[in-house]
Ligand binder design. Structure first.
Ligand code: WTA
Length: 817
């Protein structure tokens, strides 16, 4: 092998290259093609894939064709490849060297091009990413596939085993859904008879009054037929807090640990049993009632990952109040914007939190936000503040005596029992703001009954939950993942949940695995960005811990690229834990497309198949459903219980954003392809939303933040590939006439975004732009900006329609300034 490498340096083909002792493999569309140099001739062998028992195994056949055009044409003719067209140009070849330019067009019309230089000696170069940059547009016009996603697809198409990763028989035997057949049986019923399927599941929960059995679900998703409306279990009276706590205690599990809290600093921890958690929730509920919070009132929660965060959510739910959690990384401006929109009487926060070594003064941020909201006519009368002693003492906290009150001074004095407010299944449970394609965040509204049933059921099946599991999700409750899969989903199942206040790389990159061993975590659910950042460090950070408790892994927030998937699977999970790559959204309330561990083989990078009751469809730009293997826009037919019911105060925007683009369907905003085996591959957002480390950020929000800077007249923001974060934020900024570029100005522009939105939205790059490429009607051509941002300058396309084509050269010239 090594000897061979000396003569054949590793050459990367579009899908990877492997060296072999007497030649090398060059992977074409997942088939490893063997090239040999023999007796002054190049020969190639293509594998013919035979499928048996659901597994593919290559059988080597040889074409013995000679180099150049004929070689690749014979590959196509051999029917071994699902390629529609291959254009090959032999740039030159000799006895010792073969130089080809190849362009493949796949059935679902991805084009891939690459130039390959292969040789028997000497140094060979190949920019293996070039093919990825040229992955072409979806046939549907869903837009250019992102560079990173293309890398993912390229990678997964390349993977040598291609690549069904089978669950072990031991896992499947014990799984809740042990086989594909069982899944199909359940799935078919869920689609054919949603009322029966979900009604049976809902009956496992406590309902004070049963829903109208005639009408488990009533829906209109079609704007052409009138207002969009979704209702599940209407008329049923229940309470999600009762189901998540009282019901578990009443079932005899009061002494089971509900929450293990792990602090930022190792060694600082705490735990609460279901009974203790219920006591604390009741005390807070009583307090909130006492200060006048009633059913339907909004309460804003701005807390880090302390146990008090789920406690606050559950306490609101218990009394029928509507919580709106704002991620504690949002700035005062963003918090104010949300307060102004939902007008809470009470804000719950804490004085400070430590992120690594750094204290963040949350109470000061809340103070500013409340002042700003008051200036906009929305006053908050009460700010209940938890003293987070490990970060900051009471005495050091800024205080406004007529408004602020210490949690510890009042809440523990209240009784630890509190009557439940029974609410209708369709009464609101929470509001969660999320980014869209305008500057104004959307208040996604979820109601009680359907969300409860859906969050609990998706949790149970997608993680194959067993009562003995210890579950840890690294998400913050400020995002939907923390709502459905830190708080409600697991607690409704009576699970023991780890919550972690700190940063995953503090004090070092082994922290996660330290926590896994400490609590014997069995299910670990995280985001690809964390996996990618940890895989950059030495594996020793992982392997020094046992991790033998782990059983199931999970991923959420963005597509997980196959190499991260494999690292997660092989290194973290010791090649024995299935990975649930869960595709879903704030709007969907719970998982929509996800593996069910143990039920079917996985393909690294694919979210696999739809969850029960979910009918995904891929449509083209005209809204026609595309069957079979295809790419396009991901939509959903029919409602599911966890679906959001409206955007708070703006039902028009709800319809316009989600139901008008493709009438008759819910439009997710994501692009997607489906392969020949029916597996779904998410390809990223097709709207103006960027996904940075799994956090949704609207380009328009960042633009509005930039133009608030006094020296900025115009800004255009696009997403670019980022190795760890998935996407990074790239901002083109036009300055006020006469202002000169400077490092200081760059920093202050970035600061403007941090102040307006939060540190997680800080642009990675500010690109000075004397002008922006606009059409004659003044529309910014983002397509061109994306190309400039990702340095795909040869692919700028037609720029003649621009009002001033010269701006493009100016921008290119300023690329590295
Ligand atoms: C993306 C987070 C691919 C997607 C739960 C979606 C994913 C957006 C996945 C929603 C996944 C989330 N594979 N893409 N497994 N999970 N996404 O509302 O673009 O913060 O539209 O909800 O994240 O982000 P949100």
């Amino acid at each position: 092998m090594i000897g061979f490498r000396q003569t054949f340096p590793v050459i990367k083909s579009p899908y990877g290259t492997r060296c072999f002792t007497d030649g090398f493999f060059f992977s074409i569309d997942r088939r490893w093609t063997r090239f040999k140099h023999r007796e002054s001739r190049w020969e190639c062998e293509i594998p013919v894939i035979k499928r048996s028992h659901g597994r593919s195994s290559p059988i080597w056949g040889s074409t013995n064709s000679t180099v150049g055009l004929s070689l690749f044409q014979s590959l196509v003719r051999s029917d071994a490849l699902p390629i529609q067209q291959v254009r090959t140009t032999c740039l030159n070849h000799s006895n010792t060297c073969l130089n080809l330019s190849i362009r493949y067009t796949y059935c679902h019309k991805f084009s891939v091009s690459s130039s390959v230089l292969m040789g028997t000696n000497g140094i060979f170069t190949e920019d293996h990413l070039r093919h990825i940059e040229s992955l072409a547009t979806f046939p549907s016009g869903a837009g250019k596939i992102s560079h990173l996603r293309a890398t993912n697809l390229g990678e997964c198409l390349s993977s040598e085993e291609h690549d069904l990763v089978f669950p072990t028989p031991e896992f499947s035997d014990k799984a809740l859904v042990p086989s594909t057949e069982k899944y199909l049986e359940m799935y078919r019923r869920s689609v054919r008879d949603p009322a029966g399927f979900w009604g049976d599941i809902a009956a496992e929960f406590y309902w004070k009054e049963k829903w109208d059995c005639e009408k488990v679900c009533s829906e209109n998703l079609d704007v052409r037929k009138g207002t969009v409306e979704i209702e599940w279990f209407k008329g049923g009276k229940t309470n999600i807090c009762f189901n998540a706590l009282d019901r578990i205690v009443d079932n005899g599990d009061g002494d089971k640990v509900a929450l293990y809290w792990e602090g930022n600093v190792p060694g600082l921890d705490d735990k609460l049993t279901y009974k203790e958690l219920l006591d604390k929730v009741c005390q807070l509920s009583n307090y909130l009632k006492d200060v006048g919070v009633k059913k339907g009132d909004a309460v804003v929660i701005y807390l880090p990952m302390l146990a008090e965060l789920p406690i606050s959510m559950l306490a609101c739910a218990r009394i029928g109040a509507v919580h709106s959690v704002v991620f504690a990384g949002f700035s005062a401006e963003s918090l104010a914007q949300r307060i102004i929109d939902c007008k809470p009487n009470v804000v719950i926060t804490c004085n400070a939190v430590l992120r690594g070594d750094k204290p963040i003064l949350l109470k000061n941020i809340v103070d500013q936000a409340i002042t700003q909201s008051a200036d906009n006519g929305v006053s908050v009368d009460l700010c209940l503040t938890y003293e987070n002693q490990s970060a900051m003492k009471k005495e050091a906290t800024k205080w406004q005596a007529d408004r602020d009150i210490w949690w510890q001074d009042v809440v523990p004095k209240y009784p630890n029992t509190c009557l439940v407010e029974w609410v209708d299944a369709e009464d609101p449970l929470f509001l969660l703001y999320t980014s869209g394609s305008t500057g104004k965040p959307k208040g996604v509204l979820h109601t009680t009954g359907g969300y409860m049933v859906y969050a609990a059921t998706t949790f149970k099946y997608a993680f194959d939950y067993k009562p003995s599991d210890v579950y840890w999700c690294t998400a913050d409750c400020g995002w939907i993942t923390g709502h459905s899969y830190v708080s409600y989903g697991p607690l409704l199942n009576g699970a023991s949940v780890v919550i972690f206040e700190g940063a995953p790389n503090y004090p070092d990159s082994g922290r996660c695995w330290d926590i896994v061993d400490k609590y014997n975590v069995t299910i670990f659910y995280t985001a690809p960005t964390l996996v990618r950042s940890l895989m950059r460090e030495k594996n020793e950070y992982v392997t020094r811990y046992s991790r033998k408790s782990l059983r199931v892994l999970g991923s959420v927030g963005e597509p997980i690229n196959p190499s991260a998937w494999r690292w997660f699977y092989n290194i973290v999970g010791d090649s024995r834990c299935p990975i649930s790559d869960t595709w879903w959204q704030t709007e969907t309330g719970g998982f929509m497309i996800t593996p069910l561990p143990g039920s079917w083989p996985q393909k690294p990078g694919s979210a696999t198949f739809p969850f029960f009751g979910v009918q995904p469809v891929i449509v083209d730009e005209k809204g026609n459903e595309i069957e079979g293997e295809c790419s396009g826009y991901l939509c959903v037919k029919n409602s599911w219980p966890g679906a959001f019911r409206t955007l708070y105060g703006d039902h028009d925007r709800y319809e316009t954003t989600y139901f008008k683009p493709f009438p008759g369907y819910y439009f997710s905003g994501d692009g997607c392809s489906r392969d020949g085996d029916g597996y779904y591959w998410l390809t990223g957002r097709v709207d103006d939303v960027i996904n940075v480390s799994g956090h949704r950020i609207g380009t328009a929000e960042v633009e509005s933040a930039l133009v608030l800077h006094p020296q900025c007249v115009e800004a255009a923001v696009v997403g670019v590939e980022h190795e760890v974060k998935g996407q990074g934020i790239y901002a083109f900024v036009t300055l006020v006439d006469g202002v000169t570029y400077s490092e200081e100005l760059r920093k202050s522009l970035i600061l403007s975004v941090r102040n307006q939105i939060g540190a997680f939205a800080a642009p990675d790059k500010i690109h000075w732009a004397p002008g922006l490429p606009k059409t004659r009607s003044g529309k910014i051509m983002r397509r061109i900006l994306r190309k400039i941002a990702s340095r795909q300058l040869e692919e700028l396309g037609d720029i003649s329609t621009l009002a001033d084509p010269a701006v493009v050269d100016q921008l290119i010239a300023l690329s590295d300034c």
